[in-house]
Design a protein around this ligand. Sequence first.
Ligand SMILES: [Zn+2]
Length: 295
Amino acid sequence: MFGGVECVLAAALAFLPSDARNAHSLVSDFARKCPVRDAGSRGAHSAAGYIASHLKTLGVAPELDKFAAPTPNGVRTFINVGAEWRFETSGDAPWIVLTSHYDTKCGCPGANDGASTSALLLAFASALNRSESPGFNIQLLWLDGEECMKAYLPGDGFWGSKRAAEKLKASGRRVKAVICLDMLGDADLNISIPRNVTPSLSRVALAAAAQLEKRGFKNKVSTIRELVKDDHQAFLEQGFPAIDLIDFDYGGKKGENRYWHTTEDTPDKVSAESILYSARLVVEMIEQLAVSSES
Ligand SMILES: [Zn+2]
């Protein structure tokens, strides 16, 4: 489903095949230049710099939020990177927040788990730059410290999302949706919506996938019964509507997740087609949320 009538949609928010190809090359570049990105490492800080400087090349002013937090390995410094598009001028205009974590588990290149959705959001920044208002202000967040150091227990992992959710709460902004993207570059894409999300957003994601199917994209989205610990939880805890879109079936046989958190999570496992599908799912969700806000 590449090519065709894309130019007709130039004024509206549209994620093009060229955006997906750019994101795909960024995955390799990012994973090569910032191979070690675990929290507090020099690599993680240079990864934040990579994202910020890429945004600057797009003419977007990045906001770096550097903060310290206790971890099982002592106090560490984290950096969240953000960027905003204020399409709507009214002070009470609703926001949509898209997130990806960019850090990795120590020793894992994180091409899919971290780099793929971070690159997707960088390409999304280009799409937003040429877009007219999709009916919302949009904030993109590249979050640090999603991965735990020892185990996903209280006090370990999700430092970046906790910080960002607290700041969002303090801002008093009206937030229509927080959409967390994780591991969505997997060439063998199967997007799951876990049980612990805002139900109305789960319905919007399924309706968006159905809409894409009508346009010829095989449906790759399903709900699962399991709870998934991911960055969306911090936003739910602060009272925001939030959803996690995650492909938690990465390599090997069904359920094996063979490449996850291993040295095998490399750029060759990521495809432009999967990035395109995932980004278009998000665009379609934003369109559906805009329609439901009008009615
Ligand atoms: Zn991970």
